[in-house]
Structure formats: structure tokens, C-alpha cells
Write a protein that binds this ligand. Structure first.
Ligand SMILES: Nc1ncnc2c1ncn2[C@@H]1O[C@H](COP(=O)(O)OP(=O)(O)O)[C@@H](O)[C@H]1O
Ligand SMILES: [Mg+2]
Length: 242
């Protein structure tokens, strides 16, 4: 099993859109038994995959009693299961801060190892205690960023934090998101890092909030679908590297 987190210090940069599409790509393009774990109390990934938390479910409790498996649901998309977010996650930070186990998340992921080939974490923003647990637990960080100087700054903050507190942390795959080549600033930023993956600003991705369908399941061959397919291929190649 390999785990990847879609993470950024910033909000609104396309983490959830990427997490949902990459998890769906893992299941469909690579035939991986895939779990999308929605760690953001807002539950946007859960909602986009047409699910909601079960009545009375408390995802936060899974961090203390370790019985996270009972919270997993199957989705409409073959091979893709979901661990839904619920409101209890709002208090996860406090619980993790009071807890003395810095590798809780890593242990939980290990307990899911025989059931899944790929686990994709959709993360809330910020360099929090949960983020530190994520950095200790995953095999890859996919980091979306807008093609702008502020995003570069947030990315530098992340790499500095990983260097200081996590011996560099897991491998990082930075991704430009919502790229609009009509904008000079975007063009310049993209040209400054020509090898970095790019997801264009796309109506097909925006529409996910309405259709509640991953881009590749919507079945059209749009530039966004092409870019997501290429990104998944790159991610999968990194994950299988010995
Ligand atoms: N590539 C894209 N093109 C157009 N809109 C996008 C794209 N990626 C994300 N969005 C939209 O931008 C908003 C924020 O994206 P989201 O994935 O929720 O970000 P985050 O999880 O980082 O907060 C959402 O309305 C989403 O539909
Ligand atoms: Mg999100």
C-alpha cells in the first residue's frame, strides 16, 4: 500500500479537486483498490463523491480507538472507497495535541494496508499537528499551488518546515493548479518551472461541484482530463519506484 496526501499550507488552491480526481484515477486508470480519506471537516471531497457521513459517525474517534475501518463506505465509482469527513474533525487538532502518539496516523494507515493499494488523503490547510502526522505517514505529498508568487512563498514555507522538522519529509510533487495562460503572471510562473505538472483552470473541474462526478468519470476528453491523466501517471510512477 502507498499513501499520498494532497496538501498545501493554503486553502482554496485545488486540493480537494485534485484529491478526488487522483483517487478516482488510481482506481480506474491503474485498477488500484483505493481509499479516499477526507480529513477536512468541511467534507467537500466526501460530498463530491456523492456521500455523507453516516448518522452519528465520529471520524475523530477513529484516531483514538483505531477503529477507522467501520467508517469506510463504498462509492458509486468502482474500486474507490471513501472515509467520510464529519464535524467531529473540527476538534481533531486539540485531540492530537493532547495525545502523545506522534505516529497515530501512520499506524492507522498501516492497519489499512491489506485492504487498499492506494490511500489518498484530502487535507485541511495549515502546518498543524495533523500536518506533522501526515508528513510522518505518507509516501508522497502532492502540493497544488496557483501560478503566483504567494503560492511559491507558501511552498517554500512548507519545504523549510519539512527540512527543519522532518529531515526533508516525503518526496514532493508540486502541481500548478487553475493555470490560465492568458494571464501574463501565470505564463511567466509556468515558464520558470517548465517541468512541473500543470492543471489548467477548467470549467470541467469547476463543474464537479455540481455534477459530483470526477472529471475522468464524466467521460469527455477535455484538456483538464488530459492533464489529470498525465499527473496521475507521474504520481503512480513515483509511488512504484523502489
Ligand atoms: N483546475 C481548476 N479549474 C477551475 N476551478 C477549480 C480548479 N481546481 C479547483 N477549482 C475550484 O476552486 C475552488 C477551490 O478548490 P478546492 O479543490 O476546494 O480547493 P482546496 O481544497 O484547496 O480548498 C472550488 O470551487 C473548485 O471547484
Ligand atoms: Mg479542500
Amino acid at each position: 500500500m502507498k499513501a499520498l496526501a494532497v496538501f498545501s499550507v493554503k486553502g482554496g488552491v485545488g486540493k480537494t479537486a485534485l484529491a478526488v480526481n487522483l483517487a478516482h484515477a488510481a482506481a480506474t486508470l491503474s485498477g488500484r483498490r483505493t481509499l479516499l480519506w477526507d480529513l477536512d471537516a468541511q467534507g467537500a471531497a466526501t460530498w463530491m463523491l456523492r456521500l455523507s457521513p453516516r448518522a452519528g459517525a465520529k471520524a475523530r474517534k477513529g484516531f483514538s480507538d483505531g477503529d477507522i475501518g467501520s467508517l469506510i463506505q463504498t462509492s458509486d465509482f468502482p474500486g474507490l472507497d471513501v472515509l467520510a469527513a464529519d464535524r467531529s474533525l473540527r476538534h481533531l487538532e486539540k485531540q492530537l495535541a493532547d495525545d502523545d502518539k506522534s505516529k497515530r496516523l501512520k499506524k492507522i494507515l498501516k492497519s489499512l494496508e491489506k485492504d487498499y493499494d492506494r490511500i489518498v488523503l484530502d487535507c485541511p490547510p495549515g502546518l498543524t499537528e495533523l500536518a506533522d502526522q501526515i508528513f510522518r505517514a505518507v509516501d508522497l505529498l502532492v502540493v497544488p499551488m496557483l501560478p503566483s508568487p504567494l503560492s511559491q512563498r507558501a511552498f517554500d514555507q512548507l519545504t523549510q518546515h519539512l527540512a527543519r522538522d522532518h529531515k526533508g519529509g516525503p518526496p514532493i510533487c508540486p502541481v500548478f493548479t487553475m493555470a490560465d495562460r492568458r494571464k501574463a503572471l501565470h505564463r511567466q510562473t509556468l515558464e520558470s518551472a517548465p517541468d512541473q505538472a500543470v492543471i489548467p483552470y477548467a470549467a470541467a473541474i469547476e463543474a464537479m461541484a455540481v455534477s459530483r462526478t470526477p472529471v475522468l468519470a464524466a467521460g469527455r476528453s477535455t484538456p483538464a482530463a488530459k492533464a489529470l491523466r498525465a499527473l496521475w501517471t507521474q504520481v503512480e510512477r513515483t509511488l512504484v519506484k523502489p
